[in-house]
Every structure is written in C-alpha cells, then in structure tokens.
Design a protein around this ligand. Structure first.
Ligand SMILES: C[S@@+](CC[C@H](N)C(=O)[O-])C[C@H]1O[C@@H](n2cnc3c(N)ncnc32)[C@H](O)[C@@H]1O
Length: 234
C-alpha cells in the first residue's frame, strides 16, 4: 500500500494502521462460545426491551451496527422488525444465523465493516448499536455519525449501549488524543454523560441512563458499567 497521503481516506487508513486490526481479533474472540462472556447469552438488552414496552419503538426497518451473535437483532425480528444486522466477524454471524434459525426468525446478517456499508438515505426507522461504538476509533467517529444520520429517516431513533468511563467493565478513561499516543483503545473507550451529549449533539436526547443490572435468571440482559442512550434524529 502506498504511504503517501493524498485523500481523507488515506489519512483514516494510516490512523487505522496505528491500532489493532479488528477482524482477526473479533473472529478469535468468538471462537470459544463457552468462555463465559456475559453478552454471549441470547438475551436482549434491558433498555431495548424497555423501548418496546413503553412504545417508544415499534415494528419498522432496523439497522444494527456490530450485532455480534445477534441476540438483539433476533429480539428485534421477534418484535416484527425487518432487521439488517452488520458485523465484521464471520464467526459471530455464523453463530447469529444458527440462533435465528433456532428461533425461526428472519434476520439479514451482513458480514462487513460498518464503514464499508452502502446505505440508502433515510431507509431505517431505528439504528441500534450495543457495544460497538466504544470500539470505534475517534478518527472514524465523524464517519460513524454521518452514517447513522444518513441511515435514519427524519425523527428516526438511534440507541447505543457503551462503556462508562472508568466503570467496572473497564471503559478506558483516556482522551481521544491519548488513543494515538498509546496506539490503543485500551479494550474500549469509556464515556461520561457529558461526552455523550457532546458527541451526539446533532441528535435530540430522548434518554441517557445507566444500564440496569439484571440477574442471570432474568429474560433481559443488564450489567453495571454501561450507559444506555436513546437519541432522535432532528
Ligand atoms: C462488544 S461486541 C458486541 C456484540 C453485540 N452487539 C452484543 O451486544 O451481543 C462488539 C461487536 O462489534 C463488532 N465490530 C467492531 N468494530 C466493527 C466494525 N468496524 N464493523 C463491524 N463490526 C464491528 C465486533 O465484531 C463485535 O461483534
């Protein structure tokens, strides 16, 4: 690859090269399905279920970014949504397809880096991201936000769960500049509520709160150390 920077993409690619290559990492991460990772259970996020129970969300077209083995995509399909669920990990999507078949629901799983998606303007009613955003490097954030805005119809909803800065799940407490000094996202960036409001300032905030802890016997997933946030496209 040429190391001469002549385009914005060249610059993004150069900055990517300072950090961990994600595809091999995430495929390795999903190889052992029994390793006891909390979100390996097939339960939907408690906040997502709350949005449906309180009728903030209903059936519609959904894009899920970084869907992993599909636990939220499957729930969304069970709620009558038409779901495009994207992840760069082949391992995760194979698992997701098996789960969807077991539950007898249709999910359109797409194996791709979210930055290589071709998105039709205003196609989706809802964009969901559970745990992918905090693995996105700061230099890709502008593209990420543009992609979400492009994907959503006017007044469409967008929601994330992401690490709390310095929370019990790790949530790296470092500045964006520090990412490039240390050449690492330190296992995932942490955010304060203030940072989230700053990053998503072009959206209307519907709700930002901490995820509610759930027991293993519950029918939804909830752990401490994560923010849940719901935004509306203005
Ligand atoms: C912490 S996991 C969460 C998985 C799933 N959302 C869940 O909660 O069960 C983060 C996921 O984001 C995916 N991911 C990270 N960066 C990505 C990118 N640039 N494009 C597509 N997927 C990505 C990873 O492969 C991984 O499956």
């Amino acid at each position: 690859m040429s190391e001469t920077i002549t385009t914005y993409d060249d610059l993004l690619n150069m900055l990517d090269s300072l950090l961990r290559e994600p595809t091999a990492f995430w495929n390795g991460f999903y190889e052992d399905r029994e390793k006891g990772v909390p979100f390996f259970g097939n339960l939907p996020d408690e906040n997502l279920v709350q949005y449906f129970d309180s009728e903030l969300l209903g059936s519609g077209k959904v894009l899920e970014l970084g869907c992993g083995p599909g636990r939220n995509a499957i729930y969304l399909a069970q709620k009558g949504c038409s779901v495009d669920a994207v992840d760069l990990s082949k391992e995760a999507l194979e698992w997701g397809k098996e789960r969807a078949a077991e539950k007898k629901v249709q999910v359109n799983f797409i194996q791709r880096n979210i930055f290589e998606l071709e998105i039709e303007e205003g196609r989706y009613d809802f964009v969901y991201d559970s745990g992918c955003f905090h693995h996105i490097a700061p230099h890709r954030r502008i593209n990420y936000l543009e992609m979400v805005k492009k994907a959503l119809r006017p007044k469409g909803l967008y929601s994330i769960t992401c690490f709390i800065e310095g929370g019990i799940l790790g949530g790296a407490d470092i500045s964006d500049w520090e990412v490039y000094r240390q050449k690492s996202l330190k296992g995932g960036l942490g955010f304060t509520e203030e940072k989230l409001r700053m990053i998503f300032k072009e959206f209307e905030v519907v709700e930002i709160r901490k995820m509610r802890k759930k027991e293993e016997s519950d029918e939804t997933f909830g752990v401490q150390g994560l923010w849940t946030a719901l935004f509306m496209k203005k």
